[in-house]
Design a binder for this molecule. Structure first.
Ligand SMILES: [Zn+2]
Length: 564
């Protein structure tokens, strides 16, 4: 900064600059100093540094080891990073966050549907007849035969227990005959609006797969496990502790709920001193004045000025998913020409809800995967500007997965955030072209095209659809390759990001999406002290090491909450 520019700054700002740069700092010592580090600050003005000083919850100085030396006092906790990479804490802009469930059957990444049978058999042996068996995260596109699983996988091993296993995207559920019977569903039951009861093409019988709103038809007729309320609460509490520990170990310091999230539970954990991740809870997009008023009072209790528990967006659903074949397109699916997807609300409902929520100053996030779903919501956001006036609304397309050429520039024009999950790209690319063809795939997960058009992007995972681990997202963003690696340059390699860009979207980009870019997402003076020490240099390692990368230290609000 030139001397001329400096002369326009108020005295306090001048002092701050002097303090940050000179080793002659004589203020109170820092509580925490990280030094001898390779700091990627994400701050465009000072992209690199060696050391960071923290007092309380806040970063007070970022600079060279020599400059930060002066902040070290007797009581200062000093972490020697030994040259390792330090980046801002990861902010997951779309995580269906909650306690881990020790009784849940985890089916992620299985390739053999017989595993489902085996796991259910094991679980049935541990419980009484009638107890609900829950699990999921299976993904039939990962099965070697790539066929939808059916109730036959479950019926022999679980004749007397309801079984409910959701697909990884949560938009389809596999159940057994016990559940189909308990739900009173037969070959003659019609599909509900916005849903599908998958039926055997030969017999017409339900296969056990229920898509989208058809999942709401399911009844389990389950026997409650005999537990006292205290036992139930203790189990849940234990699940929360496991989840928080998992989150700390991954360097995730902020999460944003896309719908749901119980502010009071977080407040209780906060009061107990256990909360180690910053949380935005959310509501459901509605035009019901009473519900909007209730969200408004929740927002007053957990206001945007807060740093830990805040009320975030109102979230709605426009369509389904590509994997379930329910995302909404202008043109039919290539592999199922009878369908263009399933809208989850009418255009009238969409507009009424967006206009009502926007008029009350809420941020709105709408799940939109297909081209037409994204087109509809952009139109609705545009209408809201016309009706209610232009403001810094930062409405969001949650997923923004497949876009038409003409809609890409509208994100910047309308100030709409593309809230995207890079792992969806490498999960869905296995079947995207089969479903929507090559031409439409050009607009799929089009990070580079969106950035070039001036759009703001926030990164997240869609946990628990995808794992919470940010390293998988970074890998996906910079490679666009299968998790197991593959030859070549990746899927639509012109859309790949650099590692630095990917980290920025996962930190500052996500902070912007929640109106917190003035205090979160960079390692910068005055910012919240959320940062992580990474065990290897993400910017230089070969791509096959990215997903093996671990976090050594996680700092949230100036406190070391995790050490490997
Ligand atoms: Zn989601």
């Amino acid at each position: 900064m030139s001397a001329h520019a400096r002369s326009f700054l108020p005295a306090a700002a001048l002092l701050a600059i002097t303090v940050a740069c000179e080793p002659s700092y004589t203020g109170p010592p820092a509580d925490l100093v990280v030094r001898n580090a390779n700091v990627l600050t994400i701050d465009k003005d000072h992209p690199r540094a060696e050391a960071v000083a923290v007092i309380g919850e806040e970063i007070v100085a970022v600079g060279s080891d020599r400059a930060i030396e002066a902040y070290i006092g007797e009581a200062t906790e000093v972490i020697d990073a030994d040259g390792r990479l330090v980046v801002p804490g990861f902010n997951d802009a779309h995580a269906h966050y909650g306690p881990l469930d020790p009784e849940y059957i985890e089916l992620r990444y299985i390739t053999d549907p017989q595993v489902i049978t085996e796991r259910v058999r094991e679980r049935v042996a541990q419980v009484e007849p009638g107890v609900l068996i829950r699990g999921g995260h299976w993904e039939h596109e990962m099965f070697t035969d790539r066929q939808w699983p059916t109730k036959e996988l479950l019926d022999d091993v679980a004749p007397n227990n309801p079984v409910s296993l959701s697909r990884a995207d949560g938009h389809s559920t596999l159940v057994n005959s016990y559940v189909i019977g308990a739900s009173g569903i037969t070959k003659d039951t019609p599909d509900p609006p916005g849903g599908e009861i998958q039926k055997d093409p030969v017999t017409g019988e339900p296969t056990g797969i229920f898509k989208e709103s058809a999942q709401r038809l399911l009844e389990y007729d389950a026997v409650e496990v005999d537990r006292t309320p205290e036992e139930t609460a203790a189990l849940r509490d234990q699940g929360w502790e496991q989840m928080l520990e998992h989150t700390r170990s991954l360097g995730v310091t902020s999460i944003q709920h896309p719908g749901g999230g119980d502010a009071e539970t977080y407040q209780r954990m906060m009061d107990q001193g256990r909360l180690t991740v910053r949380v935005d809870v959310a509501g459901s997009l509605t035009d019901d004045p009473e519900r909007l008023a209730a969200y408004d009072s929740l927002r007053t209790r957990y206001p945007p000025e807060g740093n830990w528990i805040r009320f975030g967006m109102l979230k709605g659903f426009m369509d389904g998913t590509l994997g379930s074949g329910t995302a909404m397109f202008f043109e039919p699916y290539e592999d199922d020409p009878d369908t263009r997807g399933l809208p989850q609300m009418s255009q009238e409902e969409l507009e009424a809800r967006v206009l009502a929520a926007d008029a009350m100053g809420f941020q709105i996030g709408i799940h939109a995967i297909g081209t037409e779903a994204n087109h509809w919501i952009l139109n609705a956001f545009e209408k809201a500007r016309e009706a209610n006036g232009v403001r810094d609304s930062r409405h969001r397309s949650e997923h923004a997965q497949v876009l038409t050429d003409s809609d890409i520039p509208r994100f910047a024009e309308l100030g709409v955030i593309a809230s995207m999950q890079p792992t969806h790209c490498i999960t869905d690319k296995r079947f995207a072209e089969k479903r929507i063809g090559l031409e439409r795939s050009r607009g799929a997960y089009a990070w580079r095209r969106l950035l070039d058009a001036g759009a703001k992007i926030a990164f997240g995972t869609d946990y628990s659809v995808e794992p919470l681990n940010p390293m998988e997202g970074l890998y996906a963003a910079v490679t666009r390759k299968d998790r197991l690696g593959e030859e070549g340059e990746g899927w639509f390699p012109d859309q790949k990001l650099t590692m630095e860009e990917a980290i920025e979207l996962y930190t500052l980009g996500s902070a912007y999406a929640q109106f917190m870019e003035d205090r979160k997402g960079m390692i910068k003076e005055g910012y919240l002290a959320d940062l992580v020490i990474v065990d290897r240099d993400l910017l230089t390692i070969p791509e096959d090491q990215i997903m093996q990368t671990l976090l050594d230290v996680t700092v949230v609000g100036g406190k070391v909450v995790y050490r490997r």
